[in-house]
Ligand binder design. Structure first.
Ligand code: CA
Length: 457
C-alpha cells in the first residue's frame, strides 16, 4: 500500500457499532473521512438486459457480474433522457436536461451549442474537494471553445467529442457525410478517425494510467465508452467470440476492460476506497437489429419513453461501505449521483443552485425501509417535450394518455387508463406542474462561435 488510510480503523469501528446498533451505517466526520475515489463507467446505448447478471442467456459478463456480487445492483435505475447528450447533461449536473437547456436532442458536429460552462458538473464539485479528475471516452456536451471536458472540471480528457457514428470510418468512400471524428487529448486533436476497434481498450488504458498516477489523492474517473453505440466494433482479441454476435463481442470487451480497471484498484490497494458505478446512458438502439442491444423484459429502447429507453442496468460497488451482493429495488436516477457522491465526498453544493437529484446514500447502503426520494419522475422525449410521469408504481404517458402499473406490468403491455380516469388526471396535472416549474427556472445552454477543431471532412 503506497498511502496511509487513517480512516480505516475509524470505519471498522463505526461499522461494528452499526452492526451492534442495528443498521445505521457510519457517519464519520469530514476530518476522519478520506473522500472516496469515484469511477463511473457509462456505456452508450447498452440495454437493461445486456448483462448476464441481468438475465441475458448468452452474453458472458463475468467482471460486471462480479461487480454486482461485490456491490449493489439497482433494478429501477433511470437516466433522465432516452438519448446521449441530454442523458449526459443530467448525469454530470444532477438536473433534468431541460433545467440546463440540454433537452433538445443531441449535439451534432456542426452545432455551436453545449452545456453552459456556468453549470456545475460533478467533476467541478469533486475537483473543488481536492480530487484529480479525468474523462476518458465520449463527451457529447459541446465541442467548441470552452465547452469541452477540460472546461467543465476535468483535469484531463482523452476521447471523442461526439458519437462514433458522426464519423467516416464506417461509411463508403463515396459518402456525403460532411463530418469526421477526432480523437482529442485535452483540446488537441491527436488523431482523426481513430480505429474504433481500439477505443474501448484505449479509454481504459488511459483511465488505468491516470489512476496509477493519482491514487495518492482522491480521484474521479468518468469513463463514458463509445461502445456499444452504432457502428459497433470489437478488437481482434474479442471479435467472433460471442454467440450473441458482434454486439456480444463488444459487450464482452467492455466487461473485460471493467475487469482491468477493478484489477488496477485492487493492485493499488484502493478498491475499498473507491465507489465504482456502472451504467449506460440510454436503452438499446433497437432499429439496428442484432447490432443493437436488448432491454430484457422492458418495452422499447433508445429514443422512446418506454421503460426500455430510460431504465438501465446499474451497479454500485464500494467494498466495506456498501453491502455486497445486494439489490436495490427503489427508484434511483442518474441525477441522484451528483448529490449522493458530493455527500460522500464531503463536498458542499451551492444551495442557491437548484438541482433535481437527491442524496440516495441510504438506498445504496440498502438501509432497511429506505425509500426513494424521487416522489415523481418525469419522462422527456428525444426532442425535449414532456412525455410522461412515474409516481410510485404508476406511469402515465401523456400522449395519447396511457397508464401502466410498472410493478404488475413491467413490459407496459396493459394500458389501464380507462379504468383510472381520476388517477390519470391527477398524474397529468402533476407532470404539467413539475415541468412548468422546471421550465420557469431553466438555465440556458451555451452557444459558442469559436471552433477548437474543424469537424468538416
Ligand atoms: Ca446513447
Amino acid at each position: 500500500m503506497r498511502h496511509p488510510r487513517p480512516n480505516s480503523s475509524a470505519r471498522l469501528l463505526a461499522g461494528l457499532s452499526a452492526v451492534l446498533a442495528g443498521m445505521v451505517l457510519p457517519t464519520a466526520s469530514a476530518q476522519e473521512w478520506r473522500p472516496p475515489n469515484v469511477v463511473i463507467v457509462f456505456t452508450d446505448d447498452q440495454g437493461y438486459g445486456d448483462l448476464s447478471c441481468q438475465g441475458h442467456p448468452t452474453l458472458h459478463t463475468p467482471h460486471l457480474d462480479a461487480l454486482a456480487t461485490r456491490g449493489v445492483k439497482l433494478t429501477q435505475f433511470y437516466v433522465a433522457a432516452p438519448l446521449c447528450s441530454p442523458s449526459r447533461a443530467a448525469l454530470l449536473t444532477g438536473c433534468y436536461p431541460k433545467r440546463v437547456g440540454m433537452h433538445r436532442h443531441v449535439v451534432f458536429p456542426g452545432d455551436d451549442r453545449g452545456l453552459a460552462p456556468s453549470e456545475v458538473t460533478l467533476a467541478e464539485v469533486l475537483r473543488a474537494r481536492g480530487y484529480a479528475t479525468a474523462c476518458f471516452g465520449k463527451w457529447h456536451l459541446g465541442h467548441r471553445r470552452g465547452l469541452l471536458p477540460t472546461d467543465q472540471g476535468f483535469d484531463e480528457f482523452f476521447g471523442v467529442p461526439y458519437s462514433n457514428d458522426m464519423a467516416q470510418q464506417h461509411r463508403r468512400p463515396d459518402n456525403d457525410y460532411p463530418f469526421r471524428l477526432p480523437l482529442l487529448h485535452g483540446t488537441e486533436v491527436v488523431e482523426w478517425e481513430p480505429d474504433q476497434r481500439l477505443l474501448t481498450r484505449r479509454y481504459t488504458d488511459a483511465a488505468i494510467a491516470f489512476i496509477e498516477a493519482h491514487h495518492d489523492r482522491p480521484f474521479f474517473v468518468y469513463l463514458p465508452h463509445s461502445m456499444p453505440h452504432i457502428p459497433i466494433y470489437a478488437s481482434d482479441e474479442f471479435a467472433g467470440r460471442s454467440p450473441r454476435g458482434l454486439y456480444g463481442d463488444v459487450i464482452e470487451e467492455i466487461d473485460a476492460n471493467v475487469g482491468r480497471l477493478v484489477a488496477t484498484l485492487d493492485r493499488l490497494g484502493v478498491r475499498d476506497d473507491t465507489l465504482l458505478i456502472f451504467t449506460s446512458d440510454n436503452g438499446p438502439w433497437l432499429q439496428f437489429g442484432e447490432n443493437g442491444g436488448s432491454a430484457g423484459p422492458l418495452r422499447g429502447g433508445k429514443g422512446t419513453n418506454w421503460e426500455g429507453g430510460q431504465r438501465e442496468p446499474a451497479i454500485a460497488s464500494w467494498p466495506g461501505t456498501l453491502p455486497e451482493g445486494a439489490v436495490c429495488r427503489e427508484v434511483v436516477t442518474s441525477m441522484d449521483l451528483l448529490p449522493t457522491i458530493a455527500a460522500w465526498a464531503g463536498a458542499a453544493l451551492d444551495p442557491e443552485r437548484t438541482i433535481d437529484g437527491h442524496d440516495v446514500r441510504a438506498l445504496l447502503r440498502c438501509e432497511p425501509g429506505a425509500q426513494s426520494p424521487t416522489d415523481a419522475f418525469l419522462y422527456y422525449a428525444s426532442r425535449g417535450e414532456l412525455a410522461g410521469i412515474r409516481r410510485g408504481a404508476w406511469k402515465l404517458l401523456l400522449e395519447p394518455g396511457e397508464l401502466y402499473h410498472l410493478e404488475h406490468d413491467i413490459g407496459e403491455q396493459r394500458d389501464v387508463a380507462a379504468r383510472h380516469p381520476e388517477l390519470c388526471a391527477e398524474l397529468r396535472a402533476l407532470a404539467l406542474e413539475r415541468d412548468a416549474a422546471i421550465t420557469a427556472a431553466a438555465r440556458p445552454e451555451a452557444h459558442v462561435e469559436e471552433l477548437v477543431f474543424d469537424p468538416r471532412k
